[in-house]
Design a protein. Sequence first.
Length: 128
Amino acid sequence: MNKILGIVLRSGVIFSGAIIATGTALFIANHSLDNTSAYLVYNPGLIPHGNFPASLASIGSGLASLDPSSIIQLGFLVLLATPVARVAFSLFLFAAEKDRRFVYLTAAVLTVLLFSMLATPLFPLFNG
């Protein structure tokens, strides 16, 4: 069981790193001819910021156009989803072993994780 969970975590991190590296390479390729001396001093007019996709729909449309920021954000979403996938795999592995106590505990942990990711943006208290 630990071997399978280790593979899930390792492959998630490697896959995420590959996606982020691809997005970074595209960003460098798109901005390789920029005057890099301008990046040494903070200048909001020159440094690309503030226009990053913030929703899944905007990330999806950015991926369709191979936007480097969207690709990098996809890599971070994969990285964030990796521990959640580990907990989900744990749930199925405990169920296969018929260990009811750990199935209930893991289901509770998965519920809290999913609630914190999916439901809390709907509450005004958590939106700052």
